[in-house]
Ligand binder design. Sequence first.
Ligand code: NAD
Ligand code: WQD
Length: 338
Amino acid sequence: MKKECVLVAGGAGYIGSHTTVELIEAGFDVVIVDNLSNSEMRAVEGVRKITGVDVPFEQVDCCDIDAFRKVFEKYDFDSVIHFAASKAVGESVHEPMMYYRNNLTSFMNVIDLMREFGRHNVVFSSSCTVYGEPDKQPVTEQTPRKPATSPYGNTKQMSEDILRDSIAAYDGLNGIALRYFNPIGAHPTALIGELPRGVPQNLVPYITQTAAGIRECLSVFGDDYPTPDGSCIRDYIDVTDLAKAHVVAIRRMVEHKNKERYEVFNVGTGRGVSVLELVKGFERVNGLKLNYKIAPRREGDIIAIWADPTLANEKLGWHAERSLDETLASVWKWQQTL
Ligand code: NAD
Ligand code: WQD
């Protein structure tokens, strides 16, 4: 029987590379498209090594519709996972047009080409950032979206709306938006993981680079928030667990089990963890002492957010499986390969 093929746009990136591995291990064929604007061929090589499959890779900018069209002409896939976006929140505030252009054009091109070629299923990488600072915890998919506080966040809200409206207008198009909470971790083989460029803005790569001596000291942004230990709370989801959510989302559409043609799911563990808990967990699991200090609050940070993943548990049959300890061990193992 012919295997289902999935186009993974942004597949050389952090979440895309892990998802490609899980798709292949679940029996799908994959084609990766990436312009390598925030990734390296090393990730594609890592995927090939882990899976033993010579995954096709096309270096194409999804904003270049003519080049992107050639990928649709060349490969016979019915499903697309769209990771290809710029993701640095702070940068988006300074370079809004770059974010609107890249994130929206690339996604609109995906939808246009899917229509042109009669392809059916798309998964979109959304984010818990669409909830802003929620009034109630944990957040469900019914929790109202708050006005975006950055152009990046706005591109996620707008892309969700573009997908919803396109599906309402065009027969044959199915879509699932996955709202990721805070993805962390690396593949257990340590052949792929997060490759931050420059000074990391996110907590976990900053922790691992501090442990490795690349950064001198981790600043914990605020210990005077109204939380049990005063530091912010997030829902840290292991990247392999997150990758598996894409596999079940694709399968749901391929097998026509999606009740609505457009669906949204939270992808988180359901557990809130504070910055200080995470730092201490990293120290304990890896037997290390981390140089950190309490620093002022970071502008724009929300105090606390964690997911209610019940909908994904029930409808997708997906659960976060990896323990935080395993994940924190994996990031240190990965850092030591860099
Ligand atoms: P990443 O930067 O590692 O991966 C994105 C990939 O897309 C990169 O390989 C980049 O080179 C590629 N890309 C960007 N623009 C492109 C374009 N126009 N054409 C072709 N390729 C392009 O980021 P990630 O952490 O793997 O995130 C993947 C997706 O998930 C993004 O859409 C991001 O916004 C979303 N997301 C990430 C997080 C997170 O914390 N990592 C949280 C929520 C949502
Ligand atoms: C986590 C916690 C910081 C760095 C961002 C995006 C969000 C989503 C995920 C894409 C916060 C604290 C951090 C440091 C620290 N991405 N921290 N010292 O801000 O929850 O979310 O990534 O959609 O849209 O905004 O993640 O990893 O930056 O921060 O104390 O050096 O760690 O204050 O409480 P965040 P993060």
